[in-house]
Ligand binder design. Structure first.
Ligand SMILES: Nc1ncnc2c1ncn2[C@@H]1O[C@H](COP(=O)(O)OP(=O)(O)OP(=O)(O)O)[C@@H](O)[C@H]1O
Length: 256
């Protein structure tokens, strides 16, 4: 479960090698070189449009690199649980909280499988762990934003993945719900899972996330949170993000 092997070397769960990701050949993340240690709890921060969500989409495989690559240590890509931004989720889909959460067992039961009693118990445990007992039959469209986020966390809990990706999990979520869900994140960390979370609240990052990666299209800094969240790095990130994007087409830097 540790970050380091017997020789003290870091065990990487994920490696970004000269990674460029983008849309229609317009890069959003440039030439990223970084490694994510097994069991680490890392916040991804940076200004709007910095490429944070794009990076997570690269890890899930939704986006194929324009250049460079992403490699997975001992893990396969199917050992990832991903919580997208709330805005990317279709709440009009007519399913209950129970069905949404039970989708976390999809790998075990397949698309049309029935839940065994033992699996029903695990679904109930996950719903209880996020404080949603009593909401099982509610259509997801009737939930508040915070209740929906609790349900999505329960689904991730059931997925039992070694790598957990969270995209702005606490945006527009109240203090109490955030505290409860941060408890779930700490549990994953204690269990030795690797967690990457896109966050905007630096106070929460300082308090709960030992490591931070700061992006502004390019990597600004990556390492222990106190070393990364400096005023100087924040200033650099802002000026990099505000600079006009001269990469109208695929970036050719380092290509020569
Ligand atoms: N589907 C898309 N098609 C085209 N461009 C996109 C798409 N999604 C994102 N982009 C662009 O890629 C860049 C990075 O976007 P991304 O969503 O990764 O930023 P972010 O750091 O997550 O920002 P925020 O903090 O605002 O959520 C932005 O310039 C954005 O406009």
């Amino acid at each position: 479960m540790g970050h380091f092997d017997a020789g003290g070397a870091m065990t990487a769960v994920l490696k970004f090698q000269n990674l460029t990701l983008g849309y229609d050949r317009h890069p959003a993340v440039h030439h990223l070189q970084a490694e994510i240690a097994e069991g680490s709890l890392t916040a991804i921060v940076g200004p709007n449009g910095a490429g944070k969500s794009t990076l997570l989409k690269g890890v899930t495989g939704t986006l194929t690199p324009l250049e460079g690559r992403i490699t997975f240590g001992a893990l396969g890509r199917d050992d990832i649980a991903y919580l997208p931004q709330q805005s990317d989720i279709d709440r009009s889909f007519p399913i209950s909280v129970l069905d949404l959460v039970a989708m976390g067992l999809w790998r075990e039961i397949g698309p049309f499988g029935r839940l065994h009693p033992q699996q029903r118990g695990r679904v109930a445990d996950a719903i209880s762990a996020v404080g949603l007992t009593g909401f099982e039959g509610r259509p997801i469209g009737s939930l508040s934003g915070g209740q929906m986020q609790r349900a999505l966390f329960a689904r991730v809990l059931l997925q039992d993945a070694q790598l957990v990706l969270l995209d702005e999990p606490f945006t527009a979520i109240d203090v109490r719900t955030t505290a409860d869900l941060l408890g779930v994140v700490r549990r994953w960390h204690r269990e030795g899972r690797t967690v990457l979370a896109v966050l905007h609240d630096f106070e929460a990052v300082r308090e709960y996330f030992p490591d931070t990666m700061m992006l502004a299209r390019e990597l600004v800094a990556h390492g222990p949170t106190a070393d990364v969240l400096t005023a100087e790095n924040q200033f650099r990130a802002r000026s990099m993000a505000e600079a006009p994007d001269t990469d109208a087409e695929i970036c050719v830097r380092n290509a020569a």
